[in-house]
Design a protein around this ligand. Structure first.
Ligand code: ADP
Ligand code: MG
Length: 723
């Protein structure tokens, strides 16, 4: 029996869905937040004054009062121990986009030979992981390798359960000994403050001086693939690179659209229920689940939360998907393009901002006054996206996402905004209109006329736009499935803070304290923004070739690959806004740029090695075996004096030659070393990737002709359809 036949036999034995939950005994909804040291738990367990001080800290994103830390830590420890925890971990988010944790036990031996559990305020607030091997892009030399983790009070501690014990997890920011950000969380917190500060100025002009913090919000839709673990074990490429580096297309792909929103297979549903229950325990409000476009592809999306919490929770969603998939005998693939020729996976970031007084500030509202305020924020976003489209492109750049952006399934690398017909029409009227001449036909008068009803219906949405208005929020669709949403959120918060700052300054100048001038001032500013930045609005088909041309005429950037996209991070204007709003200093942003380039180069390096190795040790030998079979058969036929068909042999032999030549070429290309990371990235992109692809094409042709029982790798058809 061939290796693949054995795999299929094993899978068929294990296909029955796993019953892992006693869901009838305890409804999954009742476990929500069970493992979270939430505000309500704290309210019950902390002295009143301490609770009040802490909740103020959380509400205002301010710093924790060191004097109360011991009391909080002690309550947290008691709670965690009641839940079975023996250890605590400072969880942090390094620049690799992963989640990192360092565990310590509560245990302290005492003089009498026993042990007690200890957890002090200082260990709660500050940790010191030996994290010198995390990438810092030059921010830390080895002699000053120390990094500190500091509890982010706005993200609650939680218990992570595992079969043999539980761990108290404390979400932290990770900074160098000089206070430079080494992680993804620190800039999120800073960028949220920047946005709040500027938004307050606009709100004040519109009469909201409640001072209630404006927070950005995010709901991230996570797409992923599931494959059986047996396939995973037999595919070194998926194990090492997260994607298939070889594989001929399946005769049936996604052309029938029969998977999208189809009935969810039992085995997958069993997995989803368990994922959801685990996430509920952690207080993560996952809400929707469905089959996605490609066979074997699915989506999970939560109810939105504030950006900081949404980011931490999103990381937990990824960790949990992977963990629970294994439990169900499957592997969850978060890579942006695990299978060539089928839909890739994205992570749409739904984004807005709001405060406790007014709720969502990107909701158009019903009155002309609310509409005017909405239009101001919306215009600021139009301006920000136009001015810093390159930043939005750069923060979603990665080796993996390059396969997706522009592949006619995800938005192209050109960043534009979809507003929908009605809202575009409103902005066009503003662009044309003269604010003082009232009631000109078809011209909207700000502060007097109400907006038309904007469609919230999903059917009316444009799914090809990278940045789309969807009725009461924007959806940033270029984000990749495996990426942390921190980068995109930091970018959005920062560029919109800059834009809102601009708008607020203009409005303050134009009204100079006389609020009766506000509507005219708004009209003036909106018109100016439309004149200067209206070109970023595009409601058409972003996949069309004509758009590529038109976008170029409009002067919109189109960075197709990561080595083109990343260098904008160190453009002068980009460094300037990040430092002006105290989000990232010049050094911090440079270190990020270097780290991301390095990540890109490492990724492609590993992929190239894997291609060479698999081609040499798996595919080449299989092809040679087949060639030998064919040759022996031809020889025998000749001996018997029977006419034999040698075409398959000739074709196989020629493909084998091509394969060998490709491997040799790749190996020689890989021997070059570049000291300059950008030069190395360009080399990877321009030289290495095309040869990897060439080898793959030859290998895939071989897959199409080599005898099925000799083909060693699980096929696309098997991986995508066997569940
Ligand atoms: P669709 O697939 O149609 O875009 P989903 O229901 O899958 O819609 O996802 C929509 C996401 O948008 C959800 O996570 C939802 O919570 C989120 N969302 C809704 N309102 C806001 C908001 N004000 N800010 C951020 N995200 C929001
Ligand atoms: Mg969706």
């Amino acid at each position: 029996m061939s290796g693949r036949a054995k795999i299929l036999r094993e899978i068929n034995k294990n296909k029955t869905p796993k019953t892992t939950l006693a869901y009838k005994e305890k409804n999954s909804i009742d476990v929500f937040g069970e493992n979270v040291f939430s505000m309500s738990v704290m309210k019950k367990r902390l002295p009143k004054d301490i609770y009040q001080s802490l909740s103020k800290t959380v509400e205002n994103f301010s710093e924790l009062d060191g004097a109360i830390a011991d009391v909080v830590a002690s309550a947290m420890k008691d709670w965690a121990i009641e839940k079975g925890a023996t250890h605590y971990a400072h969880v942090f988010f390094p620049l690799t986009g992963a989640t990192a944790e360092k565990h310590d036990s509560f245990l302290v031996p005492d003089v009498s030979g026993n042990a007690i559990a200890e957890f002090s305020g200082s260990t709660l607030i500050k940790g010191e992981p030996d994290a010198s091997s995390f990438p810092s892009g030059g921010l830390r030399q080895t002699f000053e390798a120390r990094g500190y983790t500091a509890w982010d009070v706005t993200s609650p501690a939680y218990i992570m359960e595992s079969p043999n014990g539980a761990t108290l997890c404390i979400p932290t920011a990770f900074v160098s000994w000089k206070g430079e950000a080494l992680d993804k969380k620190t800039p999120i917190l800073r960028s949220m403050q920047a946005l709040n500060k500027q938004a307050q100025r606009v709100l004040k002009l519109f009469g909201d001086d409640s001072g209630k913090i404006v927070s950005s919000t995010c709901g991230a839709e996570q797409e992923y693939f599931l494959i059986d673990k047996h396939f995973y074990s037999a595919r070194p490429d998926i194990q090492v690179a997260g994607r298939t580096l070889f594989g001929a297309p399946s005769p049936k792909g996604q052309q029938f659209d029969d998977h999208y929103f189809g009935a969810i297979a039992d085995r997958v549903l069993a997995f989803m229920f368990e994922v959801e229950r685990e996430l509920y325990k952690l207080g993560i409000p996952v809400k929707t689940r469905h089959n996605e476009v490609a066979p074997g592809q699915f989506e999970v999306a939560p109810v939105f939360e504030t950006a900081n919490l949404a980011t931490d929770h999103q990381q937990l969603v990824m960790v949990t998907l992977k963990k629970i998939a294994k439990k169900h005998g499957m592997e969850c693939l978060l890579h942006e393009k695990p299978f060539a020729g089928v839909n890739g996976s994205g992570k749409h970031c739904n984004y807005s901002f709001g405060n406790a007084n007014q709720g969502n500030l990107l909701d158009p509202g019903e009155t002309p006054h609310e509409n005017a305020q909405f239009l101001v924020f919306c215009a600021a976003i139009i301006r920000g996206v136009h001015k810093y489209a390159k930043v939005l492109r750069a923060v979603v750049a990665s080796a993996a996402n390059d396969h997706r952006l522009g592949a006619n399934e995800a938005p192209p690398a050109i960043i534009s905004i979809f507003l929908g017909d009605q809202l575009t029409d409103v902005f066009e009227q503003i662009r044309k209109g003269v604010p003082t001449s009232s009631k000109e036909a078809g011209v909207m008068k700000i502060g007097v006329d109400a907006l038309p009803d904007l469609p919230k219906d999903a059917g009316d949405r444009n799914r090809t736009s990278p940045f789309a208005f969807t009725g009461n929020r924007f959806e940033f669709r270029a984000v990749g499935s495996d990426q942390s949403i921190a980068g995109p959120l930091v970018a959005m918060n920062t560029i919109f803070a800059e834009s809102i700052d601009y708008v607020a300054t203009e409005l303050e100048k134009a009204t100079s304290g006389d609020i009766s001038k506000l509507n005219d001032a708004v009209h003036y500013v909106l018109k100016k923004i439309m004149d200067e930045h209206g070109d970023i609005i595009f409601n058409g088909d972003n996949y069309a070739n004509e758009w590529q041309e038109e976008a170029a005429e409009r002067g919109l950037s189109n960075f197709k690959t990561t080595p083109e996209a990343l260098p904008v991070l160190i453009d002068e204007d980009v460094i300037e806004i990040f430092s002006k709003y105290d989000v990232l200093s010049k050094e911090e942003i440079e270190s990020r740029y270097e780290t991301y380039l390095e990540q890109y180069n490492l990724k492609i390096g590993v992929e190239a090695k894997t291609v060479a190795e698999m081609a040499s040790t798996i595919i080449y030998p299989a092809a040679i075996r087949y060639q030998t079979e064919l040759a022996e058969s031809c020889l025998k036929m000749k001996e018997l004096g029977v006419d034999s068909d040698e075409s398959a042999l000739i074709k196989t032999a020629s493909l084998i030659k091509d394969l060998k030549a490709g491997i040799d070429e790749l190996i020689s290309l890989m021997s070059r070393e570049d000291d300059d990371p950008l030069a190395a990235a360009k080399y990877c992109c321009g030289e290495i990737l095309p040869v990897m692809l060439k080898i793959r094409e030859t290998a895939d042709k071989l897959e199409d002709i080599v005898a099925d029982d000799l083909w060693p790798l699980p096929t696309y058809q098997e991986m995508l359809f066997v569940r």
